[in-house]
Design a protein around this ligand. Structure first.
Ligand code: 26V
Length: 827
């Protein structure tokens, strides 16, 4: 190993000198970080180039393109060092140069080009595709500003811009040569040329789409480095000339420039309500059109007819945000490649597949016809034609079902229904957990399910167990590998080999030690950031996720208020000391959820400073929850709060990350919690509350009276009253919450589930005190967590939807070519 370390040191020092013109010890941490990234990136490029030289066969492998407006990738350096198998060597080598790798890792900005679960899922899926050797490329937007950074000031959320590109982002590579023009606005002129209707898009506004590629490197697989291609919008070079030539107006030139730059300026921070903003539509068309042009260009290099397109290309659309892929692909085939409608339509549908991620009606995308028509006139014409043909076909097949046609049409009441476009224009429609898929089939998309039953399928979400366990929890990973070997890193299901240890006291004690250590790490962080001491031997009861009414952070804080009331009444109450931890961002305009943060921080202030409690309870709101913080939080959790109103959380993925780190889920039977319960068994999870069918029956038929719950349970009445009776201060800050619960009849059944939630929490609290039984259940959760790896999910997508092969075997040490190759590169 010495040779490797020495050659790394030599290469690193040379690279540093080449970039900075000085020795590393004179540089800043940022400069040292950048030199390391550039060095690694170059080694990857060498291997990529070698790989493409091998790819001379005329028969191109099928490519998967994952279109998503969000990729929440987090930091890459430390993770890639692990994937390359060189973290230890690099760490030691740098240490000998007087450099602490941790300082360099700290320099990297989290790439936060996503809001939450949906964006992180796309990042996990790219990770697994690279690991499994699937040629899978991501396609998205290079937002200049990612998800806002959250500060808590006087207990309120304040948003700060996330200027993540301020210092340059050394992982990305600008590919100016692959720039394309995306056309907005203007008019379509139709002309019959040799008997064929031909369409000319004229007076359009040209927008340059410039791609930046970020390499996606999977564990031990340097042979397959995929790309995340992110597009940046720029005005055409001679924009002044262009605009003044066309419009003769200088102020228009200025307006043009800023309108163009707005497209990739910032990520929309809403993830649960569709506002129908023009700029958002421009973002959607922009990255869709740019991404498709890359696909077509690459395809044409290798093929001379489009007949085999769907066999060589799979395009996946992550939610409806890229659904304009359907009409845009049609446009390219017909207007640019001269295919007829029927052939173009066949290829389009056979190429595109679609994942739905939410049933919240307010999140379903609908675009006013007028906006679509003015921004994308040719696309609008094609959507109209798809709609017309769909209606005609349905009328032909089901002449008696006029309602069915109206319910499923794409254009209705002056709006374009993007989910309908996505379902009609794709060959596969999947939900993200069993329950969610069932709700899609029987409620939200039930009419489509009767028309196209064969399109519907379930793909339960998965998470990268290498990022959220191997990287995030090194102590647990070591303990696992020492006991069952390292297979689990490549084959997550091997974690099941841990199950025999559930009765091994010595092992369970080690497991508890690891957890304690991780809790100390988080406790230190809390102390450093907030100057609050929390006891690492207390229970860490954690809820981290976006703040939203349906996720019911409110239920959690009402539980804490109730506990605090009871403790003050009876200080001898037998409850094990607990630290309640929250984290998560709120969309800036979502006032209700902002008042939930204020309620949490108000209670935290009160409880944390109450000397009479003797530290039995602490409440922490961790600001700026992001991927890096998540990696510290999951390993430190005892209780994972997954308490959404049943039926509302499509899947959840935090639930899986907690589970893999040995936390016990306290949750409703919602999303993937249903499958987690099935995997671990009733005795290793704590389930409470209404079931999805009960909730949906109430929604459909009524019959719920939140007032009665309030009246009939004094402990509940007391906490609800405290929201407005002055106990929490004189302002009427929480009146909105109070009204949502009583006047608006508690849409998310917080009051209805309060009793079973607090009872179940109390049982969990008692259970924790039986250390061995608890640790044994934690271990069952880890052992059964393997099925929730994104490797499993991606294999299912590859088998059932994309029809692409993947590497499934565990290579022996000599076959781990990626690692061997990089070692070779360093020689
Ligand atoms: C919707 C909208 C509406 C317009 C404004 C911007 C915007 C941005 C994102 C979305 C999509 C929301 C859907 C979503 O995030 N679903 C979550 O997907 C996770 C991954 O499948 C899943 O685990 C969560 O349960 C689900 O809520």
């Amino acid at each position: 190993m010495i040779w490797l370390k020495d050659s790394f040191k030599k290469a690193y020092v040379e690279k540093f000198i080449e970039i900075q013109g000085s020795m590393p010890n004179t540089g800043t941490s940022w400069e040292k970080y950048r030199a390391l990234v550039v060095l690694i990136k170059e080694k990857m490029k060498i291997s990529q180039a070698a790989e493409s030289m091998n790819d001379s066969s005329p028969d191109q492998e099928k490519q998967v393109y994952y279109f998503s407006l969000e990729f929440l990738i987090g930091k890459l350096l430390s993770y890639y060092l692990i994937n390359l198998g060189i973290k230890d060597v690099v760490q030691e080598g740098l240490e000998e140069l007087g450099i602490d790798l941790e300082d360099l890792i700290a320099e990297e900005n989290d790439a936060a080009l996503g809001n939450g679960g949906l964006g992180r899922l796309s990042a996990c899926y790219l990770d697994s595709m690279a690991f499994l050797g699937i040629p899978g490329q991501g396609n998205g937007i290079r937002y200049k500003y990612g998800l806002f950074q959250q500060k808590i000031v006087n207990g309120f959320q304040v948003e700060l811009p996330d200027n993540w590109l301020k210092n340059e982002y050394p992982w990305e590579m600008r590919k100016s040569d692959n720039t394309v023009v995306v056309k907005f606005k203007g008019h379509v002129r139709t002309e019959s040329i040799k008997g064929k209707l031909t369409f000319f898009h004229e007076d359009y506004e040209p927008v340059l789409a410039v791609p930046y590629d970020i390499p996606m490197l999977g564990y031990g697989n340097l042979n397959r480095i995929n790309n995340l291609r992110l597009w940046s919008a720029e005005p055409i070079k001679d924009d002044l000339d262009w605009v003044s030539f066309n419009q003769g107006d200088y102020s228009k030139a200025v307006a043009y420039r800023s309108e163009v730059e707005a497209i990739s300026y910032i990520l929309y921070p809403e993830d649960s309500s569709h506002a129908g903003r023009e700029l958002r539509l421009r973002q959607e068309y922009f990255f869709t059109a740019a991404g498709l042009s890359t696909i077509i260009r690459y395809f044409k290099k290798k093929n001379n007819s489009f007949s085999g397109f769907a066999r060589k290309v799979a395009i996946h659309i992550n939610d409806t945000h890229p659904a304009l892929c359907v009409p845009e692909l049609m446009r390219i085939f017909m207007d640019e490649e001269d295919l007829g409608w029927d052939e173009a339509w066949n290829i389009t549908v056979n190429t595109i597949s679609f994942t739905n991620h939410t049933i919240l009606p307010e999140a379903l995308e609908k675009w006013p016809v007028e906006i679509m028509k003015s921004q994308c006139p040719r696309i609008y014409m094609i959507i109209e034609e798809i709609d017309r043909r769909y209606r005609e076909e349905m009328h032909h097949m089901h002449p008696e079902k006029r309602d069915l046609i109206e319910h499923t049409a794409i254009i209705r009441d002056g709006q374009i229904h993007m989910a309908h476009l996505a379902v009609i224009g794709s060959n596969s429609v999947n939900g993200v957990a069993e329950l969610h898929t069932k709700i899609l089939k029987t409620q939200v998309l039930k009419d489509f399910y009767t028309i196209y039953p064969y399109k519907f399928n379930n793909k339960t979400n998965g998470v990268s167990h290498r990022r959220f366990l191997l990287e995030a929890n090194p102590d647990l990973s070591r303990l696992i590998s020492e006991s069952i070997g390292e297979d689990w890193i490549r084959q997550s299901e091997s974690l099941e080999k841990l199950l025999p240890y559930t009765s091994d006291t010595a092992f369970l004690e080690k497991l508890a030690d690891v957890k304690y250590h991780n809790k100390c790490r988080l406790a230190n962080y809390i102390n450093d950031k907030m100057n609050i001491q929390v006891d690492p031997s207390s229970i860490f009861d954690i809820q981290v996720k976006r703040i939203h009414a349906y996720k019911r952070q409110l239920l959690n804080i009402l539980k804490i208020m109730d506990l605090y009331n009871r403790w003050r009444e009876d200080p001898s109450m037998d409850i094990y000391p607990t630290t309640f931890i929250f984290g998560g961002k709120v969309a800036p305009g979502y006032q209700y959820a902002k008042s939930i943060i204020k309620l949490i921080t108000t209670m935290a202030q009160r409880i944390n400073t109450d000397p009479a409690l003797g530290g039995k309870m602490k409440v922490i709101f961790l600001e700026n929850f992001n991927v890096s913080l998540a990696e510290m939080i999951y390993p430190a959790a005892d209780i994972s709060e997954q308490i959404s109103t049943a039926s509302q959380e499509a899947s959840g993925t935090g639930n899986m990350k907690f589970m893999l780190n040995g936390a016990i889920t306290l949750g409703t039977l919602d999303g993937a919690n249903v499958e987690i319960r099935r995997a671990v068994g009733d005795e290793n999870i704590a389930i409470f509350g209404l079931k999805a069918n009960e909730v949906m029956n109430y929604y459909q038929w009524g019959g719920y009276k939140s007032w009665e719950e309030y009246q009939n349970f004094p402990r509940l009445k007391r906490v609800v009253d405290q929201l407005v009776d002055g106990s929490l201060g004189s302002s009427n800050e929480f009146a909105g919450i109070y009204e949502s619960l009583l006047r608006d009849n508690d849409q998310y059944f917080v009051l209805k589930d309060f009793r079973s939630y607090t009872d179940t929490w109390q049982k969990v609290n008692l259970w924790y005190q039986h250390k061995l039984s608890w640790a044994s259940s934690c271990l069952v959760n880890i052992g059964k967590g393997g099925v929730f790896s994104s490797d499993r999910a991606i294999k299912e997508y590859a088998d059932d939807i994309w029809h692409v092969p993947y590497q499934n075997e565990i290579p022996g040490p000599q076959e781990q070519s990626g690692i061997n190759q990089i070692k070779h590169a360093y020689k």
